[in-house]
Ligand binder design. Structure first.
Ligand code: PHE
Length: 357
C-alpha cells in the first residue's frame, strides 16, 4: 500500500471512531489540517515531474475531498443530535400551572380611591388635583377661614418657610382644590379630588398624613336636596347597602352654609361594629352648601350659581368597610399587613363588577 493509502485508512478509521464533535474536529485537524500528513504530501508535489505531479496530485485531491465530505456529513449529524437533545431537555409543558411568585397588593387607600371614583364617575364627577404644598390663601383665606380659626393654629398645621411673601403650608384638607378648580374653569362644576393632607397629630385614629376626598358641585338651582341625594346615593353604593340609613346633623364649617356632618347607622354588639341598621350612628363626612363668600372669592355670582361641597377621610372609609382597626398600620409598610388587607391588582372596582372582593 502506498503512503497515501495508509494515511487514508488511518484517517477514515479515526473519523469513523470519533463519537463527538470535539473528537471529529481533532481528527479533521490531524488528517486535513495545515500540518497534516496529507498536506505535507501535497507540498512534495512541487518537486515532482509534471506527469507524476498530475496523477499524484489528482489522487491526493480525491482522497482529501472524500475525507472532507465524510467529516462534513458526520459533523452535520452530530449537530442535529445536539439540537434534538436540547429540544428534548428544554421542552416546555404549557399546561403546567404557573409558579406562585410573590405578587404585589393594592393598598386599601388606593382601592378605596378607585371605588369612590367609580361611584362618583357614574354621577358625572371628574377628578381634579391640587398641590400638597399650599399657601394660606387657598387653604384658609379663600375658604372663609378667618385668621383666628382653630384650624389655623400651629399645632394643627405644618407651616413651611414663606415664599414670595406668601405663608406656605402642607394642606390640612383637600378643600383648597375647590378654590383652584373654580378659579381655573367656568361653572357648572362637578369634581371630586382625592389626595394626601397633613395635620400635626399622632394616635390610634390620627396620623400626620392621611387622605381625604373632596367633592364639589356648582350649577344653577342647586339646593340641599341635591346634596342629600348625592351623598346618600354614594354611601349606599360604597357600603353596598341599598337602604342604609343616613343622618345629616347640623354643624359648622366656615366655607359652607348651612353645614352638616353626615352619619351612617350602625350597631355595636360586644364591641363588633356593623354598618347599616342599628341604634348607633357613625360620623363619616362633612358637607354643606358652598358659602356665598367662597363663591364671590372665586368670581362666581352666588345669585346665579349655587352648589354643595363635601369632604371625607379615605382611611376611615377603608377602615369601616374592610374592618381595619388601627389607622397607623396604613403607613407602616408592613408586608404582612398588606398581604392581609391589600387587594388583587386584577380586581378593578366598578359598579358593574362589584366594588369589593
Ligand atoms: N374640609 C373639611 C375638613 O377637612 C371637610 C369638608 C369639606 C366639609 C367640604 C364641608 C365641605 O374637615
Amino acid at each position: 500500500m502506498t503512503e497515501l493509502h495508509i494515511i487514508e485508512q488511518q484517517a477514515l478509521e479515526k473519523i469513523n471512531q470519533s463519537s463527538s464533535l470535539a473528537q471529529l474536529e481533532e481528527a479533521r485537524v490531524e488528517y486535513l489540517g495545515k500540518s497534516s500528513k496529507l498536506m505535507n504530501l501535497m507540498k512534495t508535489l512541487g518537486s515532482m515531474e509534471p506527469e507524476q505531479r498530475k496523477t499524484f496530485g489528482a489522487e491526493i485531491n480525491i482522497i482529501k475531498n472524500k475525507l472532507q465530505e465524510i467529516v462534513d456529513t458526520k459533523k452535520a449529524a452530530f449537530e442535529l443530535q445536539i439540537i434534538n437533545a436540547k429540544l428534548m431537555s428544554e421542552k416546555i409543558d404549557v399546561t403546567l400551572p404557573s409558579r406562585s411568585s410573590p405578587q404585589g397588593k393594592i393598598h386599601p387607600v388606593s382601592q378605596v380611591i378607585d371605588e369612590v371614583t367609580a361611584i362618583f364617575g357614574t354621577m358625572g364627577f371628574s377628578v381634579a388635583e391640587g398641590p400638597e404644598i399650599e399657601d394660606d390663601y387657598h387653604n384658609f383665606n379663600a375658604l372663609n377661614i378667618p385668621k383666628n380659626h382653630p384650624a389655623r393654629q400651629n399645632h394643627d398645621t405644618f407651616y413651611l418657610p414663606n415664599e414670595g411673601g406668601n405663608t406656605m403650608l402642607l394642606r390640612t384638607h383637600t378643600s383648597p382644590v375647590q378654590i383652584r378648580s373654580m378659579k381655573l374653569g367656568k361653572p357648572p362644576f362637578r369634581i371630586i379630588s382625592p389626595g394626601r393632607v397633613y395635620r400635626c397629630d399622632w394616635d390610634i385614629t390620627h396620623t400626620p398624613m392621611f387622605h381625604q376626598l373632596e367633592g364639589l358641585l356648582i350649577d344653577k338651582d342647586i339646593h340641599m336636596g341635591h346634596l342629600k341625594g348625592c351623598i346618600m346615593e354614594f354611601l349606599q353604593k360604597f357600603f353596598a347597602i341599598d337602604d342604609l340609613p343616613v343622618r345629616f346633623r347640623s354643624n359648622f364649617f366656615p366655607f359652607t352654609e348651612p353645614s352638616a356632618e353626615v352619619d351612617i347607622s350602625c350597631s355595636r354588639t360586644q364591641g363588633e361594629l356593623k354598618i347599616g341598621g342599628g341604634e348607633d350612628w357613625l360620623e363619616i363626612m362633612g358637607c354643606g352648601m358652598v358659602h356665598p363668600k367662597v363663591l364671590r372669592n372665586v368670581g362666581i355670582d352666588p345669585d346665579v350659581y349655587q352648589g354643595f361641597a363635601f369632604g371625607m377621610g379615605l382611611e376611615r372609609l377603608a377602615m369601616l368597610k374592610y374592618g381595619i382597626s388601627d389607622l397607623r398600620n396604613f403607613f407602616e409598610g408592613d408586608a404582612r399587613w398588606m398581604e392581609h388587607y391589600g387587594f388583587s391588582s386584577f380586581d378593578i372596582p366598578s359598579l358593574v363588577g362589584g366594588l369589593a372582593r
